[in-house]
Design a protein around this ligand. Structure first.
Ligand code: ADP
Ligand code: MG
Ligand code: MG
Ligand code: MG
Ligand code: MG
Length: 600
């Protein structure tokens, strides 16, 4: 264990075997954020935080959203790794009291890895949540370390927003869902290491059951609707230990956990294995002692296992017992307070011309056509033509969703790579007539101990862009140690952006001349001008699309051809960074305009 000496000095004694196991999980980079929490604290924020980020849509609805990585599991076992990535992030959104409405996936790999695509489509399609957007970046950078970042989105009623903590002693924690087995033991610490490590075995990979997840969603939402849920958390990395200790520690409370009550799939599990197993499709619900029976009745009605596994206490201790035997007895706060690594100030280099590092040209239809993007019937704008646009059921309101990254720039300059990623996500959001509201950021990085400044640059670029362009961060994720034999991925910031839309009449591509509007290079003022111009053009009914590789556009061209349209670009634009959008039809604008082709 990496921080054993810190742990023993805090405890003031030698740690027991169980404590070492528990703190290995909770103080892993994946659960504890040692290298990133200092930077994350500095980001401009919106919403209360918790299992997922929250923005208010209107007087009745909120939107919950978060991005999560499943990079390490997907490298070892593509199908189950990617599938459980979807399942995990869906539960984060669910835990806020929201019905999951959409999935987006950001994929970086050296070739299309079928297992990963199948894992995502199999899980998403089975739970009936559409995968409405994503990105597919093919490059040798990701040969040993594919990146699978999945963003989930949900819509809830404001009156049913659920907190991510226990609030008073005497409450109980019910855990319900699938039964617990040995799958995923030490998954969190495995996800915090170089992939050549000895934990890189299939033993650490969880197995998903989307049908159980579907039951979990319906059961949980019924509990929410009936006012039975006083706090909630999904079970993901770190299993029962992470979910229950985080719930009580956030409320400044403690818990007594009864491990013999956790419904098991394998009868001979050790208590510590029950505590840290990462079996999927489980939720923890904080409720009162009186309401707990009703919670369990609803779980059983939906054919799920469940039991009252813990009581909330006021003494701040986290006590895990198996029958009368105490397995763990530590301050709950200590489990949350993983040691913090130093953070670094980063002074960005002046903006300069970037090299054009082109990722392989692929048609994303080969991927997203395997996803169901229409199930639920709220998808207004399907993949291929820009950001996804979704309607809020029984309302005139809509929201846009996009997930975006620029690792080709990140490889050259982590600061500007991150910064430009945010700006491009804003342009995309504006291009469907939406107003950018907030982002969820997915940090993907190599080894912060070898190159701490690259991480500092990525975080500073993200922070500066969010501050200057006024789009706060609602939630996020960090995945470090994406390395193999110590060599790693380029800084790859994945930005998921949500926007609000009042007018769901979004312009469609049309026949006629096609223009590039905007400047060939970057400055703050020009970016602002371009942003305003995009909104104006869309209001005038012109179809606008923002993309960064104007030379190939295979996916876009194929999406057009499905609408019976052909696109011929005569003068492709090939600067690595440009502040331009493509506009279909005559753009009356003061910005530089160049005719680049024709749609017929
Ligand atoms: P989970 O346990 O569901 O995987 P995480 O451990 O990924 O959740 O995240 C813990 C909390 O920290 C969440 O509230 C998440 O939104 C927040 N968070 C993590 N990374 C970031 C980030 N890069 N930016 C903003 N918030 C973040
Ligand atoms: Mg966590
Ligand atoms: Mg969570
Ligand atoms: Mg999660
Ligand atoms: Mg996470």
């Amino acid at each position: 264990m990496k921080y054993l000496d810190v742990l023993e000095s805090k405890l003031g004694r030698k740690a027991t075997r169980e404590e070492i196991e528990a703190f290995t999980v909770m103080w892993s980079e994946h659960c504890g954020y040692s290298h990133t929490k200092g930077y994350i604290r500095q980001l401009p924020k919106v919403g209360a935080g918790g299992n997922a980020g929250i923005i208010t849509l209107d007087d009745y609805h909120f939107l919950a959203f978060k991005v999560e990585s499943h990079n390490h599991p997907s490298a070892i076992e593509p199908f189950n790794g990617a599938a459980t990535g979807v399942g995990g992030i869906i539960r984060d959104v669910l835990a806020m009291g929201a019905r999951p409405t959409a999935i987006l996936d950001s994929l970086h790999m050296d070739r299309i890895i079928d297992g990963i695509i199948e894992g995502i489509s199999d899980y998403g399609n089975s739970i009936g949540v559409p995968t409405v957007g994503g990105e597919l970046r093919i490059s040798n950078y990701y040969k040993h370390n594919p990146l699978v970042n999945v963003m989930a989105v949900g819509v809830g009623k404001n009156e049913h927003l659920i907190s991510s903590k226990a609030s008073k002693p005497g409450q109980v924690i019910v855990i319900f869902g699938g039964a617990t087995g040995r799958d995923g033991i030490h998954g969190a610490s495995f996800a915090s290491e170089d992939l050549t490590g000895e934990k890189a075995t299939k033993l650490s990979i969880q197995v998903g059951d989307p049908f159980a997840e579907k039951l979990l969603i319906e059961a949980f939402l019924e509990m929410v609707e009936k006012g039975l849920v006083e706090g909630a958390q999904d079970l993901g990395a770190g299993g029962v230990l992470s979910a229950t200790s985080e719930l009580v520690a956030r409320g400044g409370l403690g818990a007594v956990v009864h491990l013999e009550r956790v419904p098991l799939r394998e009868s001979d599990m050790l208590p510590i294995e029950i505590l840290i197993s990462e079996s999927q499709e489980r939720m923890a619900v904080v409720t009162s002692a009186e309401k707990a029976e009703e919670v369990l009745r609803i779980a059983r009605k939906h054919l799920l296992f469940g039991d009252i596994v813990a009581e909330v206490t006021d003494n701040g201790r986290y006590v895990a017992k198996y029958k009368d035997e105490v397995i763990l007895d530590v301050p709950a706060k200590l489990l949350e307070e993983s040691p913090e690594e130093p953070i670094y100030d980063y002074t960005p280099a002046p903006f300069r011309k970037f090299r054009w590092i082109r990722f392989k040209n692929v048609d994303a239809h080969d991927v997203f056509e395997r996803y169901d993007y229409m199930v639920g019937t709220d998808t207004i704008l399907p993949p291929g033509l820009g950001p996804a646009v979704m309607r809020v059921k029984s309302s005139a309101l809509g929201y846009s969703l996009v997930i975006h990254s620029r690792a080709d720039l990140g490889a050259q300059d982590p600061y500007w790579g991150a910064y430009i990623t945010v700006l491009e996500a804003i342009r995309k959001t504006l291009s469907v007539g939406a107003n950018p509201v907030a982002i969820t950021d997915g940090i993907n990085y190599a080894d912060p101990d070898i190159e701490p400044l690259g991480l500092a640059g990525q975080m500073k670029g993200l922070r500066d862009a969010c501050e200057r362009f006024d789009v706060p961060v609602a939630s996020g994720n960090a995945s470090l140690y994406n390395t193999y034999k110590k060599k790693g991925i380029p800084p790859t910031l994945v930005v998921g952006m949500v926007g609000k839309i009042e007018n769901l009449n979004i312009p469609k591509p049309s026949k006629g001349p096609v223009y590039a509007v905007g400047y060939p290079d970057f400055s703050f003022d020009r970016e602002k001008k371009l942003q305003e111009e995009i909104t104006k053009l869309v209001r005038k009914g012109l179809f606008v699309i923002s993309m960064h590789d104007y030379s190939r556009m295979t996916t876009f061209k194929n999406a057009l051809s499905k609408l019976g349209l052909n696109l011929r670009i005569q003068t492709p634009i090939t600067e690595a960074v440009h502040q331009m959008v493509i506009v279909f039809g005559e753009p009356k604008t003061e910005l530089p305009v160049r005719k680049i082709g024709f749609c017929y």
